[in-house]
Design a binder for this molecule. Structure first.
Ligand code: HBI
Length: 370
């Protein structure tokens, strides 16, 4: 007899472990995790969040702090770097907690881009839904992710097709986009005369291209984001001393969007294949057109000529041209695209359906097990 599908789920969110939530080191994942937790609670589910000690969340749900050494960010490693196993790490302690307490939950949502959660699925009795946050970055992580894709493709989801395609065998995995609370963003029809760049200040985000392009157009550029690589920032200041750039700091989402919404355009000059690009949908939600290099998730989000411009990667002359064509973009169309495709309700539906599917699959395999 098929067990009844539980309507309200007990969900355990396993956070990224490169830094405490709120530190900004976890980038867009910190934001996605909290948006989704809030949305699942609104839908009547219970959510517990497992995260490094010191994490601060803006969601009214229990956070289980895990002590131990943080994970080195995989972006700083290169493709052939060996995976290091760290003693007394947040990673191993988090999964010790999960091993002991898994019977209190229906399902785990894993947000960490690390080997252990992908390796452990045969030893955990409840489904692990892996929300993969980046594209292929390291050979060894690819092996762990692709092994899971081959054996349990339904437990893997990517934010975009482009991101999924960086892995092998990913055609059967879900694409779930991402989502924000559109009500948190105020549409701005008449912008002031400046451009905006928002990201962790680190080489893979290509800030210097935005500085050079803005300098050519003479439009001031406001920069926001975590100072992740001080040398990189200093080199930009030394190389372009007369560029009209202003660094506003690593602001809260609310403060950031007050600056973002009044800009003429948002520049995305990432060098790596950004899996999604939360700031792209935040920009659209404010009515701000997005100019992005034509690679990774942002190129899948922005509608060329309608809600922004796609520019050949690294081509600064094309960036300048796109900036000069910003006024051809209808700002209301940007807002409408965010409402239709990237609200937390749309993302929440895709994720909730995924969880229910995993649970009914899991139950079916249990039934065939006996
Ligand atoms: N590196 N090892 C590791 N694990 C993560 O979960 C991780 C990371 N680097 C960056 C990161 N997560 C997130 O900031 C991005 O997924 C956005």
């Amino acid at each position: 007899m098929a067990a009844t599908q539980p309507n309200s789920l007990r969900l355990l969110f396993a956070s990224t472990l490169v830094g405490a939530i709120g530190s900004g080191i976890g980038g867009g994942v910190e934001f996605t995790l909290q948006n989704l937790a809030r949305e699942m609670i609104l839908r009547g589910h219970m959510v517990h969040i497992l995260a490094p000690e010191g994490s601060k969340i803006e969601v009214d749900c229990p956070i289980i702090a895990i002590t131990g050494k943080l994970q080195p960010s995989i972006q700083q490693l290169n493709r052939d770097t060996q995976i290091t196993i760290i003693s007394n790490s947040v990673l191993t302690r988090m999964w010790e907690f999960i091993g002991k307490n898994q019977s209190n939950y229906h399902l785990i949502v894993n947000f960490a881009y690390d080997w252990l959660p992908f390796y452990l699925f045969p030893f955990i009795n409840i489904p692990i839904a892996h929300m993969v946050s980046m594209g292929s970055l390291s050979k060894e992580m690819d092996d762990f992710i692709e092994q899971t894709i081959i054996r349990l493709p339904s437990t893997i989801a990517f934010h975009t097709k482009t991101q999924a395609q960086t892995f092998q065998f990913s055609s059967k995995c879900r694409i779930v986009g991402n989502g924000i609370n559109i009500k948190d963003y105020q549409y701005c029809e008449k912008p002031d005369n400046y451009l905006v760049w928002v990201a962790r200040i680190s080489p893979e985000k290509g800030l210097e291209d935005a500085v050079i392009a803005a300098k050519h157009t003479g439009i001031p550029l406001k920069i926001m984001g975590l100072h992740q690589d001080k040398f990189y920032w200093e080199s930009i200041q030394q190389n372009y001393p007369d560029a009209q750039v202003e660094y506003l700091g690593f602001l809260t989402i609310r403060e950031m969007q007050l600056v973002l919404r009044r800009s003429r355009g948002y520049l995305m000059t990432h060098r790596w294949s950004e899996a999604f690009g939360m700031t792209a949908i935040q920009s659209l939600a404010c009515g701000v057109p997005v100019i992005t290099y034509n690679q990774g998730g942002p190129a899948e989000i922005v509608r060329h000529g309608q809600t922004g411009w796609l520019v050949p990667s690294g081509n600064i002359a094309e960036l300048v041209k796109a900036i000069n064509n910003l006024d051809k973009i209808d700002r209301l169309a940007c807002r409408q695209q965010a409402e239709a495709e990237y609200s937390i309700q749309v993302y929440g539906n895709l994720m909730e359906n995924w969880f229910y599917d995993l649970l009914s699959e899991n139950r079916a395999s249990d039934e065939t097990r006996f």
